[in-house]
Design a protein around this ligand. Sequence first.
Ligand SMILES: [Zn+2]
Ligand SMILES: [Zn+2]
Length: 88
Amino acid sequence: MALFSGKCSRCGRVYYEDHKAVVVCGCWELCPLCGAKMEAYTPDLAANTYAKDGKHELLILRVCNNAAEHFDKSPFFSYQKPVEVELS
Ligand SMILES: [Zn+2]
Ligand SMILES: [Zn+2]
């Protein structure tokens, strides 16, 4: 049986399959500060933080609201896109 493998360029997790495939690694959904699964970002939720750092809100993809778990005690906004891992 041929084994195909690929490594996520972001978190380094290695995936194996017995066929060629493209896997979307789940790491992009995890908060880098507390490890929780982040929620899909909706502009309404973060309207009050919109201009905080001057970044464009359209780039925000996920948000973690576990503010108490974060070192700066504020929600974390993620710009990370899904990471596709190509198994070859
Ligand atoms: Zn990953
Ligand atoms: Zn978090």
